[in-house]
Design a protein around this ligand. Structure first.
Ligand code: GLN
Length: 547
């Protein structure tokens, strides 16, 4: 039976709760325990799939096709445990389940209330798969005191009472601000935050205190005294050069030891941290640097491409170089030469995206990379843009475009080289979609197999001819144009097993130009960099040697 660690946050948002949870998961693994991490989000969207990246950052897609919170990406990158649909839930999903049951008559005429019906639904979610792992880490989104998070706090309080004593633990993340004028660290916000938690019946066992300055022992003791935790359980968390140093840093501060002590696990198994020591050593001692441009529309919010940024870092770790990522807004060169914006980069990445805005710039970036022989990685929309570029400028299909943009504009302007996918095979069933379907959860989502062409660049990079990658798209390159494009050198080197859906294209006479319909970034880890990112950075290093 799993032990449960509930992670909450206080004082301010963006303290790095997700990262801290992920790093704790990694530390427990290093001690030989199995873990699963979960996120419970208080917002009312059923899932983040329909939210703009400006609202919520990246949508992280699981193998089983759920559109989830980006924290699940951190969990996977730190633990290597593939997240599942049942690792992410929102108030919207919980209420929608409860209301569905109410309509079905499952509650047998009862009045439906937050307690117990909503809290029961939350507890049922937390329990899923509890027998499978040693530790279940559940992070509650938002900050203590948020009205919409109350049912979650109440549910975890109840849950801990229902379990045998010693099986649940509460870890609370807070901020210790530094007042420059007073020259002091301030513990009062933390005290208030813990007080708020205790008002709703939760007494934290461990406090993780974010701080930009060292927290002296005296202050730790004060926090412990006023917050009713043991002094050893006040764990400072300082800013780090790289997030991948977090497991080592938190271990040094005694986080995993405090957790094991709180669960009375004694003697505690010794940790094996070599994986993290190796990653940290590679990050701290790079042997060079490459500059990569991410050409997109959501450049104002780095979180929109979180996993891509991390996967590039992993590619750097694999090749022992620092990867300097710059965000280039494709709207700056919708109708002009992109060269002034793209010169000096050793590689260009065009990521996924939705809608027409900025796409002419992305098409120009693809052309620039093709003509200048700069390594290009096109992901999802980035692949579709590369195909449209090839169709227009190489295969002579002047009006080539995507049906997505025609749908958006409400009139036909393009020859649909990329069309709206309405039918595909998943396992042994056929999935069907209609133009007027709901937007939420109706894309081609999750893991699908692709078959790679023998002798192609991608088959060599993967060292395999069958791969499985995660998808999130509604549009698809039309095989109708395959012969025409292949004749010009754009090879369809990865296809769905039935041969109907292009999964990968690559330019034959180019050092490194690959477009993929899936999202390889979602499966990359610092200790196991994704082959495409590893090789993309290797190619960028070669380019950097030429200039
Ligand atoms: N908008 C494109 C589609 O739906 C690309 C999606 C993406 O990049 N994730 O196919």
């Amino acid at each position: 039976m799993a032990r449960f660690i509930f992670i909450t946050g206080g004082v301010v948002s963006s303290l790095g709760k997700g990262l801290t949870s992920a790093a704790l998961g990694a530390l427990l693994q290093a001690r030989g325990f199995s873990v699963r991490l979960r996120k419970l989000d208080p917002y009312l969207n059923v899932d983040p799939g329909t939210m703009s990246p400006f609202e919520h950052g990246e949508v992280f897609v699981t193998d089983d096709g759920a559109e989830t919170d980006l924290d699940l990406g951190h969990y996977e990158r730190f633990t290597g445990v593939a997240a599942r649909a049942t690792d992410s839930v929102s108030s919207g999903r919980i209420y929608s389940n409860v209301l569905e049951k109410e309509r079905r008559g499952d509650y047998l005429g009862k009045t439906i209330q937050v307690i117990p019906h909503v809290t029961n639904e939350i507890k049922d979610f937390i329990r899923i798969g509890e027998d499978e792992v040693d530790f279940m880490l559940c992070e509650i989104g938002g900050t203590v005191g948020d009205i919409e998070a109350l049912p979650f706090f109440e549910a975890i309080r109840q849950f801990s009472q229902e379990k045998p004593r010693g099986q649940c633990l509460f870890m609370h993340l807070t901020l210790i601000p530094y007042l420059a004028a007073a020259g002091e660290l301030k513990t009062k916000p933390t005290q208030h935050s813990v007080k708020e938690l205790r008002t709703i019946g939760i007494a934290p066992d461990v406090l993780v205190c974010r701080s930009e300055h060292p927290i002296p022992q005296k202050e730790r003791e004060k926090i412990a005294l006023f917050c009713n935790v043991r002094p050893d359980n006040v764990i400072p968390a300082y800013d780090l050069n790289s997030i991948y140093e977090a497991p080592l840093a938190l271990h040094r501060e005694g986080l995993d030891q405090a957790i094991l002590d709180a669960f009375a696990i004694s003697p505690a198994p010794k940790p094996d941290l070599t994986r993290w020591e190796d990653v940290a050593e590679r990050i701290e001692h790079p042997e060079g640097e490459v500059k990569v441009a991410i050409v997109g529309k959501y450049t104002r919010l780095e979180d929109a491409y979180k996993s891509i940024k991390e996967a590039l870092t992993h590619g750097g770790i694999a090749n022992r170089v620092k990867v300097k990522v710059e965000w280039v807004d494709s709207e700056l060169f919708e109708s002009e030469d992109p060269a002034p914006h793209l010169e000096g980069f050793h590689a260009i990445l065009v990521p996924g995206g939705f809608g027409e805005r900025g796409t002419e710039g992305k098409i120009r970036a693809a052309r620039y990379a093709r003509e200048k022989k700069i390594p290009y990685l096109g992901i999802c929309l980035g692949m579709q843009m590369a195909v449209i570029e090839a169709a227009r400028n190489v295969a002579g299909i002047a009006a080539a475009g995507s049906e997505e943009f025609d749908h958006e504009a409400g009139r036909r302007r393009f020859e649909p080289v990329v069309y709206h996918l309405k039918e595909w095979v998943q396992g042994n069933r056929t999935v069907k979609r209609r133009a007027d379907d709901d937007k939420g959860g109706t894309m081609r989502l999750g893991a699908y197999t692709a078959v790679l062409k023998e002798g192609s660049k991608v088959a060599e990079i993967y060292g395999a001819t069958e791969i499985e990658e995660r998808h999130r798209h509604r549009y698809e390159v039309d095989t109708k144009y395959r012969d025409q494009l292949e004749e010009k050198g754009l090879i369809f080197s990865g296809m769905s097993p039935d041969g109907r859906l292009p999964e990968i294209v690559e330019w034959q006479d180019h050092p490194w130009f690959i477009g993929v319909q899936f999202h390889p970034e979602l499966k990359s880890k610092p200790f196991d960099p994704h082959p495409l990112f590893r090789d993309f950075i290797r190619a960028a290093i070669e380019t950097s040697r030429l200039v």
